[in-house]
Design a protein around this ligand. Sequence first.
Ligand SMILES: [Zn+2]
Length: 239
Amino acid sequence: MQLLAGELFPAEETTEQIFRRVYAALARRPDAPDVKLLVRPYVATMGKLRLTAGGLEVRLSELMAAAPATVREALAWILISRLFRKAPPEHWVRHYRQYLNRREIRRTHLALRAARSRKRHCGPQGAVYDLDHLFEELRERYFEPLMAKPRLGWSGRLSRTLLGHYDHAHHTIVLSSWLDRPEVPQYVVEYVLYHEMLHIKHPVEHRRHRRSVHTAAFRQEERRYVQLKEAKDWLKAAR
Ligand SMILES: [Zn+2]
């Protein structure tokens, strides 16, 4: 009996072929459009689709273009389902999330983000509040004295919805310049800074494919902030 090398090592489908096959399956027609693949240095998105006169344009991040075939197929099901306004098959969503949660994938993604994006923010000395000074006071009161100091800055934009942000890749805390005004009490600015400092101490937990940003331990420690209630009430009233 003869054994063909092709049976042992079936040629892997290309990304274009995968997307074409998934498109045909979801459209329930055999004549799927031509697929054009473009690899882009995306960091925040894994991929995008666009239907053009020339066919289906698939733009993938470098990370996703290099992923195993089953992961690219999972992304095909997710993106093309969205194109048809359908819910993507559950098992493909799970497969995709599991892949993204793998430690080395998260690490690569983080490194890419750090290398690619340049942070746009102003320094720690604001018009009213000095974040360096507030950080040192909070560290002394609530944290270990040796806690590594992140870079601190005020945002370029006056956002009322995004009050603060800790960027793990850059080890940077940015507070919204909306808080840097005389009518904002110091305990409110301190509270937002304290919250972001807790993100340094309590990293995001990944269990299976769930991501927990504000863990129970985080919430418990947040309650140690003396003026927590006043700060939250003030922010609620200011909205
Ligand atoms: Zn948070």
